[in-house]
Design a protein around this ligand. Structure first.
Ligand code: ZN
Length: 533
């Protein structure tokens, strides 16, 4: 990632920093009696990877709860819920996550199925993408959700033909139930963050942006883990903006930033939700969705923020030095996000705040050039840019052919001069950067190699561009590019050791790459025994 020296043979690190890069002969001079020498033997060292959008604490916590992430299909889910419930007789609620919408007709699971395995205790299960919740009848009952309950403004209670709740709550309808859930205690939250950080280090990630920081969870976890000397990753926190409230929350954000900033953790970003997702028709679109029969509906999705209020909110936090980080999926959400940032730019002038818009599933062609013009980073989740069940069954039919071709336009963004940064949205999808990079390059999932065509092949990007987005790009969006993101003398020795040369196509597929070791400040935070063999 150093354009002056894109490939070198060797590097030396001393007192946390990269002291030399060059040929083996040049770097050998740095070896002293106490130096640890690692021979790569055909492996590659890259800058440590940066995940520009991940939910690390919650992903770690999920592994402690009823975790459906690696399962597929109703039967497997019910089996896992039953096993978890039997193994945790003292828990008053069965809380979990990780089911996929593609396993249910129209993406909507039913309470009746959960009732068969857990009839007596309430069950609350987040979907893999976090935009839908599956509950059982006991949970509906405790939350008082009946056929007469009105849908909240930013959400939807799925109902049968008679208006009875089915057991799926879309978007903010989950808040009808969530206040009833027992909060995880501090020890559980810390353990979740430890697990999450370890999983990231195992795939070469050394810095990330925590994509939605909650006052009662991450505000506690990051300073506490840092105080115990266990926070190894470099983290920027995106403080969640509460759409139900207005500008009065700005003072609290400033107070939280002041109170919780510690070495390695800076909550200097604010996360806005502009909309929901396409699959449940809550992604905000400029024009209406189609129905299953191919007819235009009147549904244009849910804009979470009134556009005028959105602009005022972004301008207010930007003026206070916060970065703006937006979740935007539909073309209307993307446009309204760009509009809000444009207002902030006009009012506050240039800044180093580096606004970014994450997900950007559907971008109207007129808006592609605005990313560069407004200096807004395109924060992409490359793994989603493929033909698979969710895309083929739930997305393309409701978008129709024209807008389906506007999805994940990474190539178009790069050609228009936009800055691309990459993040996984873990645990929505895998945090393994190499699967994501393979998809950015091929637009086919690793498990569909040779089976599916590339999705919108003109939007493929080069391996160089994808690697840059995942290293230097993510470091930049986290404001860390003077410190990490490239291998240059003087920068921190944050490095990933890969088992192969990514650029040698004879070495195998990109997504099959494994990380042999991960270093932060020159110290291994993850290491396989093979490193010394
Ligand atoms: Zn996310």
């Amino acid at each position: 990632m150093d354009s002056a020296r894109p490939r070198v043979e060797a590097l030396a690190a001393r007192e946390r920093r990269i002291a030399a890069v060059g040929t083996d002969v040049e770097v050998r001079r740095w070896i002293g009696p106490r130096t640890r020498v690692v021979e790569l033997r055909g492996r590659t060292v890259t800058p440590g990877f940066g995940d520009a959008h991940a939910h690390v604490t919650l992903s770690g916590l999920e592994r402690l709860r009823c975790d459906l992430t690696d399962l597929r299909g109703l039967d497997r889910y019910l089996e896992a819920v039953a096993t978890y419930a039997a193994g945790h007789p003292a828990e008053s609620w069965i809380v979990g996550a990780g089911w996929s919408m593609t396993d249910f007709p129209a993406g909507i699971p039913a309470a009746a199925d959960l009732d068969r395995v857990v009839p007596d205790r309430p069950v609350f299960l987040d979907s893999r993408d976090g935009h839908s919740v599956w509950v059982n009848s006991r949970a509906l009952e405790l939350a008082g959700i009946t056929s007469t309950t009105v849908d909240p403004a930013d959400g939807r209670i799925e109902r049968d033909a008679d208006g009875h709740p089915i057991g799926t709550l879309q978007e903010n309808a989950k808040y009808l139930v969530m206040p009833l859930l027992p909060a995880p205690d501090t020890d559980q939250v810390l353990e979740g963050l430890r697990i999450g950080q370890r999983v990231l280090h195992e795939v070469g990630i050394t810095n990330w942006q925590e994509a939605y920081v909650q006052a009662d969870i991450e505000d506690i976890a990051f300073p506490e883990l840092a105080a115990r000397g266990e926070l190894t990753g470099r983290v920027v926190g995106a403080l969640g903006w509460d759409e139900a409230r207005g500008l009065e929350q700005v003072d609290e954000l400033v107070e939280r930033r002041t109170r919780t900033t510690v070495p390695r953790y800076a909550p200097t970003s604010v996360k806005f939700f502009a909309d929901g997702v396409i699959e449940n028709l809550t992604g905000a679109m400029l024009d209406p969705y189609f129905d299953a029969g191919g007819h235009l509906t009147t549904e244009r999705g849910i804009g979470m923020l009134d556009p005028a209020e959105f602009g005022e909110a972004v301008a207010a936090v930007d003026a206070l030095g916060f970065q703006t980080h937006v979740h935007a999926i539909g073309d209307r959400a993307v446009r309204e996000s760009l509009d809000a940032i444009e207002l902030a730019r006009a009012r506050n002038g240039p800044s180093r705040n580096r606004p970014h818009i994450a997900h950007i599933q559907v971008i109207h062609p007129d808006d592609i050039g605005r990313f560069r013009a407004l200096d807004v980073a395109a924060n992409v989740q490359a793994l989603w840019a493929v033909l698979e069940d969710q895309m083929e069954l739930l997305t393309i039919p409701v978008l129709g052919p024209e807008r389906s071709a506007w999805q994940y336009p990474f190539g178009s963004l790069l050609r228009a001069g936009a800055r691309l940064v990459m993040g996984s949205d873990w645990s929505v999808s895998t945090c393994d950067p190499f699967d994501q990079i393979e998809v950015a390059v091929n637009r086919v999932l690793p498990e569909h190699r040779g089976l599916k065509p590339a999705f919108l092949p003109d939007e493929r990007i080069s391996l160089e561009a994808a690697l840059e987005a995942f290293t230097f790009g993510s470091a930049w969006v986290n404001g860390l590019e003077d410190e990490v993101g490239s291998i240059e003398v003087g920068k921190a020795a944050d490095l990933a050791v890969l088992d192969r040369d990514l650029f040698d196509r004879g070495a195998g597929e990109i997504g099959d790459t494994t990380v042999v070791a991960t270093f932060i400040d020159g110290v291994a935070v993850f290491e396989r025994p093979e490193l010394e063999r």
